[in-house]
Every structure is written in structure tokens, then in C-alpha cells.
Design a protein. Structure first.
Length: 109
């Protein structure tokens, strides 16, 4: 006959009361996706400001634990990590079809 103190979970660990302990994963800090981005990559990042959500689309200039800097059409934008909502790498902008030009009126020549 076995007592509760002899009961073990698959890892062999027991509580002092003899009740098996559940395996738990060791806590890990969440990954910061922007730290995997490399300067020079094209990215889009949605971030929160007092007046609502904004997007920064452009070339990544700098990454740090607490912020990123993106060179957008309007100039460099620094986004603090605490305001980031979502973001991802994006492909280069599409190239205009060769041999075609668009006139100011929107028609093709």
C-alpha cells in the first residue's frame, strides 16, 4: 500500500503534502517583435496617440527595447514601445509599370 507522500507526478516531484505538483513552464519575458527587425527593412507600425491610432510606414532606422525610429515620407517618426499596438515587415512599394506614365489628370499617356 502506498501513502499520499509516495505519489509523484511524471517529473517525480511531490508537494510536501504528497499531492503531485503540476509541471509549469518557467516564466519568460514576452518577445519584442520589433527587436527582430533590421534597420533598412520596410515596416509599418500602428501606435496610439491621444487623438487616436496612427500608422508609420517606411524604412526602419533604429530599434531599441523602448522605441523604434521609422523614416516615413513625412520624415523620421519615433514610436515609443508603450504606445505600439501592432506592426510588421512589409514588402517594397510596387514599381510603376515600365513604359507608362501618368499625367496630372490621372490618364495614362
Amino acid at each position: 500500500m502506498t501513502s499520499d507522500a509516495d505519489q509523484t507526478n511524471p517529473s517525480g516531484a511531490t508537494h510536501g503534502s504528497g499531492i503531485p505538483r503540476e509541471r509549469t513552464a518557467s516564466p519568460q519575458a514576452p518577445t519584442l517583435p520589433w527587436l527582430e527587425w533590421a534597420p533598412g527593412e520596410r515596416v509599418v507600425l500602428r501606435y496610439r496617440r491621444p487623438d487616436g491610432l496612427h500608422d508609420a510606414l517606411g524604412i526602419l532606422v533604429e530599434t531599441a527595447i523602448d522605441h523604434v525610429v521609422i523614416d516615413t515620407r513625412r520624415g523620421p517618426v519615433r514610436v515609443e514601445a508603450s504606445t505600439m499596438v501592432t506592426g510588421k515587415k512589409v514588402p517594397p512599394p510596387p514599381m510603376p509599370p515600365s513604359g507608362r506614365s501618368t499625367s496630372p489628370g490621372g490618364t495614362t499617356a
